[in-house]
Design a binder for this molecule. Structure first.
Ligand code: ADP
Length: 307
């Protein structure tokens, strides 16, 4: 039995396309008011998992309960109090900012009068109060994202799905979106997001899962994952002769060394001897830092490129 008090719970999700398994037995559960993230390389199955949870794609197997309804048999009822921010902005370019919100409200059967009363608040949330009559093609990428987020709130959802909410945005625009998402969490909304930005996941998510080849390979709070999977200190080293140095010296001074491109990553519980060794080598440059979520991600999913 799936738990009724959880905004979202899914068990045993499977999906194949043309004989290729894309989602391979995924279980997940979101507690009320939490921000849960799904991390994974390109093609890991994040978007497909999100679409399965929303009832937009039919699973080959599994069960999904979304806000008290069975997604497979009652997708519309399940989605009535859900907001969605898709990966690509799909705002209507023929309408103004305000009209986009009005039209979207109609999908949820919200009366125009009620929508008009809500629009000032939604525009303020999006930081677009001064642009209500603007055409979509006059907005920046960050403004479009904020409008798409405000649009996802027209039905006052309890649970908001965001598929890569800040991909393609500059740092200022990303910080603005993060601020808005934190505001929604403070209002006790539940958030489910996919991302491949580790800093985004580390900042926003209470809990996250790493998805690879359609399977969840780890789940936990960001700090738990870092403590559980990676040595606490990292020294990144590059420069002339770095690979020879790694073979001859670093292997004895660090628990684990990995090569990626021109850099050697040394993972260790105590980097003092490693740093002391490096201080005497002018040809090598190094960065000594704490382990982070990206280290976990790369350890779990590998360093090779994915398309
Ligand atoms: P991610 O969001 O992690 O990048 P996706 O869920 O978008 O991954 O895709 C996972 C895999 O499933 C990819 O190989 C993709 O090409 C394939 N895929 C996704 N949707 C479809 C579809 N509608 N038809 C065929 N293949 C698909």
């Amino acid at each position: 039995m799936l738990r009724a008090n959880y905004p979202l719970e899914a068990r045993g999700l499977r999906k194949s396309y043309a004989g290729k398994v894309v989602v391979d037995g995924v279980d997940l559960a979101l507690a009320p008011g939490e921000c849960y993230g799904l991390l994974g390389p390109n093609g890991a199955g994040k978007t497909t998992t999100l679409r399965l949870c929303l009832g937009l794609t039919a699973p080959d197997a599994g069960e999904i309960r979304l806000l008290g309804a069975d997604v497979i048999t009652e997708p519309r009822r399940a989605r009535a109090r859900v907001g969605v921010v898709p990966q690509a902005d799909n705002l209507d370019p023929d309408f103004t900012v305000e009209e986009n919100l009005l039209v979207y409200g109609r999908y949820f059967g919200i009366a125009a009068r009620e929508m008009r009363a809500r629009i000032p608040m939604l525009l303020e949330f999006a930081g677009l109060s001064a642009r209500s009559q603007a055409r979509i093609n006059t907005l920046s990428g960050g403004m479009k994202r904020r409008l798409t987020l405000a649009r996802a709130l027209v039905n006052d959802p309890d649970l908001i799905f965001l598929d890569e909410p800040t991909t393609g945005l500059d740092p200022q625009a990303r910080h603005l979106i993060w601020g808005r998402l934190k505001q929604l969490l403070a209002e006790r909304k539940t958030i489910f997001l996919t991302t491949h930005f580790m800093d985004e996941a580390e900042r926003l998510c209470d809990r996250l899962s790493v998805l690879d080849h359609g399977r969840i390979v780890a789940t936990g709070a960001p700090r738990e994952l870092i403590a559980g999977h990676i040595e606490p200190q990292v020294v990144e080293v590059y420069g002339e002769g770095v690979f020879e140095w790694a073979e001859q010296h670093a292997r004895a001074l660090a628990e684990r060394c990995e090569r990626s491109g021109e850099t050697v990553f040394c993972y260790t519980r105590d980097a003092s001897r490693l740093v002391h060794d490096l201080e005497g080598r002018r040809e090598l440059r190094y960065l000594h830092r704490h382990a982070n979520l990206e280290d976990v991600f790369l350890k779990l999913t590998g360093r090779e490129l994915r398309d």
